[in-house]
Design a protein around this ligand. Structure first.
Ligand code: CO8
Length: 261
């Protein structure tokens, strides 16, 4: 039970079938130190296991989604420290979450903040959002998947530009480049993102999980294998009551009432 847990750097609440996680470390612009990582991963995993939740929504503050990994925490580490601790590997727990995760990004999404947003499934940006991978300015490179996920999201040209120069991308460029799916006015961000998350959470959960899995397969495999994976998952959907209900509801011109949500 999430409400029984005490988190220090995040806030966790539920809105009907949406599990809302708000990064809340304002003094450091939500910089992702080890504790924030542990709390965020624990919170998404708890929502993933919660039958009452269909979709997870991750957001930050108006000023910052997250300004990166915590530079002060990293500064004194040496190679053996980060290698032995397998620094950042715990975020893999975030990417193993099966339910759809919507990110609502306002303000800075830099370094690890941009990388965390890219681990989410649907990215919605406020018009104030700024994305960047400024690690090059710190004498390092992205360490939470940025070189891979940014390249897949926006292509080599823009990824190289951003990662080698450290320049930021504003919300309009992020939408144009395919990094985010929608840009909304900053004061509407949470409401609009909640609407999207709530909409997803009314759908058949097995269908949503399979859809997320199938889209992600596009990044991991060949076209032929991916299409085969999709077809098998599509066939399997016919074993669910939700397929019967969804198609019957269409024929009867009514809203579907999915059983497995
Ligand atoms: N880590 C720690 N503290 C931070 C971070 C951060 N990433 N970002 C901001 N803060 C802190 C500031 O130090 C400041 O604290 P204090 O008041 O105690 O000095 C507070 O947040 C407010 O920040 P600013 O005063 O700087 O606010 P501004 O509005 O002037 O500037 C910026 C905002 C532009 C976002 C600026 O704070 C900034 O440039 N932050 C750093 C952005 C960055 O470089 N992010 C990438 C970090 S590296 C990373 O994410 C992955 C590294 C992979 C390495 C792999 C190693 C294994």
């Amino acid at each position: 039970n999430q409400s029984a847990q005490r988190y220090q750097n995040i806030r966790v609440e539920t809105r009907e079938r949406v599990g809302l996680i708000t990064l809340d470390r304002p003094k450091a612009l939500n910089a992702l130190n080890a504790q924030t990582m542990r709390e965020t991963v624990a919170a998404v995993q708890a929502f993933d296991a919660d039958r009452g939740i269909g979709t997870i929504l991750l957001t930050g503050s108006e000023r910052a989604f997250a300004a990166g990994a915590d530079i002060k925490e990293m500064a004194s580490q040496d190679y053996a420290d980060v290698y032995l601790a397998d620094w950042f590997a715990d975020w893999d727990g975030f990417t193993r979450v099966r339910k759809p995760i919507v990110a609502a990004v306002s303000g800075y999404a830099l370094g690890g903040g941009c990388e965390l947003a890219m681990m989410c499934d649907v990215l919605i940006a406020a018009d104030t959002a700024q994305f960047g991978q400024p690690e090059i300015d710190l004498g390092v490179l992205p360490g939470m998947g940025g070189s891979q996920r940014l390249t897949r999201a926006v292509g080599k040209a823009k990824a190289m530009d951003m990662i080698l120069t450290g320049r930021r991308m504003d919300a309009a460029e992020a939408e144009r480049s395919g990094l985010v799916s929608r840009v909304v006015p900053a004061d509407e961000l949470l409401d609009r993102a909640l609407e999207v998350a709530a909409t997803i959470s009314t759908r058949s959960l097995p269908a949503a999980l399979a859809a997320k899995e199938a889209v992600n397969a596009a990044f991991e495999t060949t076209l032929a294998q991916g299409v085969l994976f999709e077809r098998r998952a599509f066939h399997a959907a016919f074993a669910t009551e939700d397929q019967k209900e969804g198609m019957a509801a269409f024929a009867q011109k009514r809203q579907a009432e999915f059983k497995h949500r």
